[in-house]
Every structure is written in C-alpha cells, then in structure tokens.
Ligand binder design. Structure first.
Ligand code: TRP
Length: 384
C-alpha cells in the first residue's frame, strides 16, 4: 500500500507514543537521524536489487500484499500496482497476499470481507496482474503459512517488536489499547513472505521496519537450525509521492481518494472538491504550493507531460481549469482499467476461482517450507 506521508505519520507517532503505552523510546532526534541514514542505505540496496532483477527476472520471487480494508485508489496504482504489473511482465515470479487476518489487527469487525476481497482481486486483474503468472491468495486460507508464526515468535523479543515505528503509528491511529495481534503482525507478515520463499518485497517507506524484522527472523532461524530461508530485499517504490485531494495522505476512508473503480462523475466530484490555494496563476512549486503541485503531479504521471509544462499551459486559467485537466487525464487513463473492472465484478465466480488457484499453489509451497522448518527444528521426530 502506498503511504506517501508515512514519514510524518511515523515521526508524529514516535512523539506521541510516549503517552501511548510503549516504552524504551530513544530520543526522537536520534530516531530521526537513524531513520534517515538507514533510509538512504535502504534506497541504495533497493537500487542494486532493481538492477539485479532486470538482469535476471526469473531468478527472483516477489511477494507483496494488501489488507482488504477498502477499495484500491490512484495512490495504490501509482505507488505499487503499476510496479507489480511491470515486474510480473518482466518475468519475475509474483505472489500477492491478501492479508485478511491483518484486518482485525486494529479493529474488532472483519467487515464485508467477501465483497472487499473480490473487489481487490478485480482491482488487481483490471490493473494487469495475470492469474496465469501471478499467484493471488488470502493468507487465512493457508494453514501452513499461519503455523510458521509459532516458531517465528520464538525468534524475536518483545523489546524488538516494541521498537517498530509503523506499529506505533498504527497503534496511535487505532485509538484503542494495543492488541497482541497488532503487536505481532509484523511477525505474521514475515510468515507471508518467507513461506513463499519471497526474495523481493516491493514496499513503501512505512513497511521497511517489517522487512527488517523478516530478515532478522530468516537470519536467526538459519543460525539456530540450519539454512532454510533466504533473506528478502526491499524494493522501494520509484514513483513520486501522490497525496489525496486535500493534501493529506490519500486514504480509503478519508474522502480524498480517487478509487480505481470510481465512476467518471465520482472522479470529477472528488477532484472538484480538491483543496488548492488563493493564487490564480497555476505554477509547479511543490514546497510553496503542495496542493496544486500534487494535482499537477497526478496529471503528469498519468499523461507523461512534465508538471512544469502542464502548469504553464494552464497558467492564468486557474484552479478550475487545472481540475478539469486532472479529471480528464485521470478518467482518460483509467478508462480501459475501469471497463475491465466492471466486467470482472460481474463475474464473482471467476474472481473466486482465481483465489482458489492461488490458495492451492501457496498451500503446496508453504507446506514444503513448513516441512523444511520442522525438519530443521527436529519436530518431525514422529515421522520416519
Ligand atoms: N502490511 C501490509 C500493508 O498494510 C500488507 C501486507 C501483509 C504485506 N503481508 C505482506 C506487504 C507481506 C508485503 C509483504 O500494506
């Protein structure tokens, strides 16, 4: 999931978490400095990984996923979906986990889960993921994956889990006491990744701590029991950050998102309500005019026209003209995807069959991984 403003969310959460019940906090300055250095290092590793993938696509296995909490939007498309499709088309083995158990990490109700999962699969396929090449599966349907959680939990300490800034941010936003599943879901995510032998995980900045934990778990397991896992690498999105139409993070439930499945009229309404500023003349100045710049960025990414040129072309015609351009570009470029999506939504049995195929594949793969794990640990003592 792209979480464009996650830096600020995470930073705020680090500040707030002092009252939020998590202790062992370093001073915020240190954390921020560490985060910057390790982000630069992660970016470098990611660039190297990207080159290695292009050189040998079939030698890599990609695993990524989403929580089925609502419809995917333009931010997802630009931030991750388009990249998944690109890697799939390069020939990378691709797995996409629908993290249905993660839905209840920060809320009590699982929601209209069947509809949401089908809608997610429709988004994936309409965007270009191909079930003949990409394995799409909900993790609740794969017992072997979930059993990996048990040995994995033995490999990390409570203090290590407490240090995770993304969990802290989610705890703050959830506005409820810290549940044990929210606390440990990064370990569950390690099971998603490692059960499938994922070597590449495309992530936004917020997911980097989870990937570090996955690498730690793989390393510790291998050290303790023998070599079973490959440490996966994080592939950071190269796409520019896209915000919602109010200048905040684009979110499923914030009313500032353009859903992939929205109608052209709904799209027009969301864009029309977008926040801009008091200046008539349209210019591309991301620092001084973030809302206007964000709209220009969206139109620029989808149309291929540089944001500065777009701004110049609109000029004194003002915000209303800018919004007309954005609406047109979004509707135009999403038209084929939306048409395909409508066809897919009308065929729920087909969408379910895609998942059943994915579940069958992952059941086999995760079963083999669990066998290797149990064998390495010696818990297969009753088998001969
Ligand atoms: N936590 C991820 C998110 O909120 C979703 C996810 C679950 C995931 N399992 C994963 C992402 C494994 C990458 C790999 O977006």
């Amino acid at each position: 999931m792209p979480t464009p403003d996650v830096r600020s969310t995470v930073d705020t959460a680090i500040g707030i978490a002092v009252d939020g019940g998590l202790h062992h906090l370093d001073p915020a300055d240190d954390l921020e400095r560490d985060a910057d250095t390790s982000f630069a290092a992660a970016r470098e590793r990611s660039d190297r990984l990207e080159r290695a993938i292009v050189a040998d696509p079939v030698g890599h296995r990609l695993l990524t996923g989403d929580r089925p909490t609502g419809d995917l939007h333009l931010g997802h498309y630009i931030g991750t979906l388009a990249n998944r499709v690109r890697l799939q088309n390069l020939g990378v083995q691709t797995f996409v986990v629908i993290a249905d158990y993660q839905v209840i990490a920060d809320r009590d109700a699982i929601g209209p889960i069947r509809e949401r999962v089908r809608s997610l699969v429709a988004d994936y396929l309409a965007a270009g993921l191909d079930p003949d090449r990409t394995v799409i599966f909900p993790h609740s349907a794969v017992p072997a994956l979930n059993q990996l959680m048990v040995p994995f939990l033995s490999l990390v300490s409570v203090a290590e889990l407490e240090r995770n800034p993304t969990v802290k941010a989610e705890l703050t936003m959830s506005n409820r006491p810290l549940g044990a599943l929210l606390f440990t879901y990064p370990v569950h995510q390690a099971a998603d990744i490692l059960c499938c032998g994922g070597t590449v995980v495309p992530v936004g900045r917020d997911q980097l701590p989870h990937l570090e934990l996955t690498r730690l778990i793989a390393r510790r397991f291998n050290d303790r029991y023998g070599p079973v896992f490959t440490e996966p690498g994080a592939l950071l999105s190269a796409a520019p950050v896209v915000l919602g139409t109010d200048g905040a993070k684009m979110g499923k439930s914030r009313g500032n998102a353009i859903a992939l499945g929205a109608s052209e009229d709904e799209t027009a309404a969301v864009v029309r309500a977008a926040r801009t500023d008091g200046e008539r003349r349209i210019t591309y100045e991301p620092d001084r005019r973030p809302e206007v710049a964000n709209l220009l960025t969206i139109a620029s990414i989808l149309s291929g026209e540089p944001a500065e040129r777009l701004a110049e072309r609109i000029g004194d015609a003002g915000a209303a003209a800018l919004k007309r351009v954005v609406t047109e570009v979004v509707n135009e470029s999403l038209r084929p995807l939306r048409a395909r999506r409508r066809e897919l939504v009308a065929e729920p049995e087909y969408l379910d069959s895609v998942l059943l195929r994915g579940i069958a594949t992952v059941t086999t793969v995760a079963g083999l991984t669990l066998d290797a794990v149990r064998h390495a640990m010696g818990t297969t003592y009753l088998q001969r």
